[in-house]
Write a protein that binds this ligand. Sequence first.
Ligand SMILES: [Zn+2]
Length: 315
Amino acid sequence: MKSEIETVSELKKSLLKAYDDEKQEIVLDILSQLSKVTATEDLLKKSGIGMTVGKLRNDKNPDISKLAKSVVHKWKKNVTEAAASAKRKPETPKVPAEPHKIKTPQPDQKLPSPVVSESKPKIDQTEPKKAHSPANSTSRNFASDNVKLNSTGDKVRDKCTEMLYNSLCVDNNTDSNKLLKKAVEIELEEYKKQNGVTPAYKAEIRSFFLNLKDSKNPNLRYSVINGTTSAADFVKMSPEDMASEERKRQDSLIRKDNLFKAQGAGPQEAETDMFRCGKCGSRKCRYYQMQTRSADEPMTTFVTCTNCNNRWKFC
Ligand SMILES: [Zn+2]
């Protein structure tokens, strides 16, 4: 018995050969065989078939491109459904941190923290989000709450505590003293972590502010407010850990999308003279762009020198 991966890999070989030989009928035939395959992320990754079929979506023959599109559409659905059902089973935690073929180093990449999702039901009970009108919560801030902050003697630090307060008070009616205490704690932990008011301190406070006030990320905010995540733990979290469920969902969509994108030489690479090869100085290059990380990060550009085959990439 051949494994599914072997079968698919053989189909891929025949598909590439038929494509090179311009035997369009055979290409169509193989595509329709592939359309009966139920794809898994593993199968797509190991066989590379997603990329092969992905490329054919741009084929000049409308029958081929149409069929390739429908196959990709079906496989994406397969992968999404598998991920969704895996999520329903708690005993098989789905870990999306698979190795990319081309990857920018991400020293901080950790598994998504379970804290946020697991604490959700608890939080929903303690912080009934819909128990107040949105008008209340949106207008609320450090000034309107009449908060009295004990100054640290450093204006920047006080301002940062104020920012943190403004991010914590979004969409909830928590007592202002409690929020202030949290804001002060987080500021102090960050101050200790960075050994002073450094550029890193300012950058991280800004990142905390954006993540905490994110309307799509209420769980992070509530877990900090109710102490599920301590201030000390919070300042150690990576942006990936803080990412909202919405962001995580988008990121995983991009990862799935990349399964269908060409990574090697192929019709999707464009010729250009925009770049200059650092090795041989030639301006004849091919390039393609890909979203390698998350939705809000810039595309990575992969360049190949057509003269000496030198490859490089940049964001
Ligand atoms: Zn070169």
